[in-house]
Design a protein around this ligand. Structure first.
Ligand SMILES: Nc1ncnc2c1ncn2[C@@H]1O[C@H](COP(=O)(O)OP(=O)(O)OP(=O)(O)O)[C@@H](O)[C@H]1O
Ligand SMILES: [Mg+2]
Length: 142
């Protein structure tokens, strides 16, 4: 059976850390290196923070997190059932934010720390992001 876990929790700020450490432990068990795990932690924090901050304005809702081992690494998905994103291409651009107080860099970090990155969103229904991360090949002779 493929190694995986699923987690569901309310979109509260303290659950960003919960998701981050859970994924970090999962990645460590799969043999990811510490520098890779640091990147994974940043990417997961950004994805989950987006659910906390943007998905349910003035309310709380589901943070859905799933991690699954893949042939060469892992796949992380974060989903919500919130307001969704009108224009995903625009939202992914550096410095774009619907909140003038924010930097608009979350998606840029998620993309740069993933080997493959996808965003699917339907306004009024929710958003799902998927990040694939490959393990560094073991050193020659190791
Ligand atoms: N899960 C989500 N639900 C609804 N809207 C989202 C979601 N994730 C991102 N967005 C929208 O996409 C925009 C860009 O997200 P991104 O994470 O790049 O920047 P930010 O969250 O605004 O700022 P930062 O991440 O730097 O604090 C957000 O401003 C928001 O409008
Ligand atoms: Mg963000």
């Amino acid at each position: 059976m493929t190694q995986y876990f699923e987690l569901a929790c309310p979109s509260r700020p303290e659950n960003v850390g919960l998701c981050r450490v859970t994924v970090a432990t999962f990645a460590a068990n799969l043999g990811f290196t510490l520098p890779e795990i640091e990147e994974i932690k940043v990417a997961v924090s950004e994805a989950v923070s987006n659910v906390v901050v943007h998905a349910y304005p003035g309310a709380e809702g589901l943070i859905g997190l799933r991690c699954e081992e893949s042939a060469d690494g892992l796949v992380i998905s974060v989903h919500d059932k919130g307001v969704g994103i009108e224009d995903v291409a625009k939202a992914r651009q550096a410095s774009f934010s619907t909140d003038p107080e924010r930097m608009g860099l979350g998606f840029v970090f998620m993309e740069s720390f993933s080997d493959e990155f996808r965003v699917e969103s339907q306004p009024g229904k929710g958003t799902r992001i998927e990040m694939r991360k490959r393990r560094e090949a073991p050193a020659e002779g190791a």
